[in-house]
Design a protein around this ligand. Sequence first.
Ligand code: NI
Length: 157
Amino acid sequence: MSKLDIVVAGNPVLRLQAEEVKKIDKKLHRLLKDMAETMYAADGVGLAAPQVGVSKRIVVIDVGEGLIEMINPVIVKKEGSVIGGEGCLSVPDYEGEVERAEYVECEFTDRSGKRMLLQTDGLLAIAVQHELDHLDGVLFIDKAKSIMPKQKEKIVE
Ligand code: NI
């Protein structure tokens, strides 16, 4: 496994429509592992392939409930709405308030090629929507109702 470089806003790869994955092979399995390692090393809850410079429809997510690897994910149902704080490993200096669906159903292919259905709400639903946006060249700053510089930890004397 190896850690990958995360690209930041301004890099054109983040604005592309990512390509559908056609073949699940060893190379793809290695990319999934490397993406997970990169996400964990950066303390992120999700990472999309365009964020490591690969314009393919792949995301990894772990909001503390275990790793989910998604190939060619599609949101097939959305319900409700919720506003919450978001950040992004590709927009390291800012955070913002974004409106998302409260509940989503997402179809995706897993690493063995099986089509799966994830039904979720809460933080995982928000992470799914945030990461899938990356596959369409959309960043949270495009949708945020407000954006502010990230609060740095204060040093207490
Ligand atoms: Ni992001």
